[in-house]
Design a protein around this ligand. Structure first.
Ligand code: AMP
Ligand code: MG
Length: 358
């Protein structure tokens, strides 16, 4: 299959949007820009179209998808919300939509099981990217869209990165420029709670804990049991207790991984270079007295925040720099942790997962 790349910038936007909609209506998959990372979209109400997402990505069917809505109001068409839950959801929507917050909520029957991997809940969000919004509006149905990369690999934050991942596997890539958040959306499971709304943090992302705490209590998920972890890597879970541990399916420990081994240490001193190996550094801050720069004669250095420790800058650059290092020919990559606050939590989460080998 030939993969076509269309620009959606300025006067070319309308043509790109109608082309994307045509493919979606025909039950095909299309790579689409969002503010977080590029998504691989298909009609969320058409199980046959959704299958193509799993095929193109090589994604296991037990890993459910996020659906993208064209308006805030549409949520009631796809989610089954009690009045209490709706009140909380509306507060979150007012504060964060359109934007990089995904909510996991009870689903309506119209959403096919393949989208949710058979779960009774569905993950929904409304993208803040103008081109994605236009496409969602023009298409008129929800678009299921996971990141447009091969399963387990680095998420694409540019159309060029999508092409590297999926060339020949999908018919169309809509180029809407570089993603300006650069990290996948924050995912929470929303619950009414006893006294306060409860947000179970399934994936850290651009909407940070401190933002969510203005509306409710943020609960971190329990760490996966070894058994649940193995099942996630191999097959769908069988027992309900494992399903509980898997409330964040897709939260595989090995994810976002470059082909080159990546090391993510607790402290710089833990790095023990092997003789004869070539190491690249993914530096967070650049020069810093306790940092990683002076630790070794690095062959390649990429800086996440040349502005010296700005987390938003580091988020936007993370996956791109990771790709550059992966393609640089080093034997291994060492990643320096970001400050573990705000967006740094999501950055470190991605790096930690990138360091896990399956
Ligand atoms: P992505 O791989 O970026 O498309 O993100 C999709 C992720 O959303 C999945 O890997 C899950 O972790 C999460 N997700 C989607 N649907 C659900 C759901 N119904 N319940 C819990 N997590 C979900
Ligand atoms: Mg992904």
């Amino acid at each position: 299959m030939e993969t076509e790349l269309v620009y959606a910038e300025e006067e070319m936007a309308n043509e790109a949007i109608s082309k994307a909609v045509k493919y979606l209506e025909a039950g095909d998959v299309v790579a689409l820009p969002t503010e977080t990372v590029y998504g691989l979209g298909a009609n969320a109400l058409d199980a046959d179209a959704v299958v193509k997402i799993f095929e193109a990505k090589g994604r296991p069917s037990y890993d459910p998808l996020i659906i993208h809505l064209s308006s805030r109001e549409e949520i009631h068409n796809y989610c089954d919300l009690s009045p209490e839950l709706d009140e909380i959801v509306q507060k979150l929507i007012q504060e964060f939509w359109p934007g990089p917050l995904t909510m996991v909520l009870p689903k309506k029957d119209i959403i096919p099981d393949i989208v949710t991997s058979g779960l009774p809940t569905v993950a929904v969000r409304m993208s803040g990217h103008p081109i994605m919004q236009e496409i969602c509006k023009a298409f008129g149905k929800p678009i299921a869209a996971p990141s447009a990369n091969r399963f387990g690999r680095i998420s694409p934050t540019s159309a060029g990165a999508v092409l590297k991942e999926l060339d020949g596997k999908i018919p169309l890539i809509v180029d809407g420029g570089a993603c300006n958040a650069g990290l996948e959306s924050t995912i929470i499971r929303v619950e009414v709670g006893k006294n306060n709304p409860e947000f179970h943090l399934l994936r850290a992302g651009p909407v940070v804990k401190e933002d969510l705490q203005k509306i409710g209590k943020v609960i971190r998920p329990k760490k996966l049991t070894e058994r649940a972890r193995k099942m996630l890597m191999e097959k769908a879970p069988e027992s309900s207790s494992d399903t509980e541990a898997m409330q964040a399916p897709g939260m595989l420990e090995s994810h976002y991984a470059p082909e080159t081994p990546l090391y993510f240490f607790d402290k710089p001193e833990d790095f023990k270079p092997e003789e004869g190996k070539i190491y690249g550094l993914l530096s967070y801050r650049g020069q810093d007295k306790d940092g990683y720069m002076d630790l070794h004669e690095w062959d390649v250095i990429e800086e996440l925040s040349p502005g010296k420790g700005k987390l938003a800058e580091a988020s936007v650059r993370l996956f791109h720099m990771l790709r550059l290092l992966d393609e640089s020919g080093v034997d291994a990559i060492v990643a320096e942790p970001a400050a573990e606050t705000g967006l740094g939590v999501a950055i470190n989460d991605r790096l930690r997962r990138a360091s896990q080998r399956s």
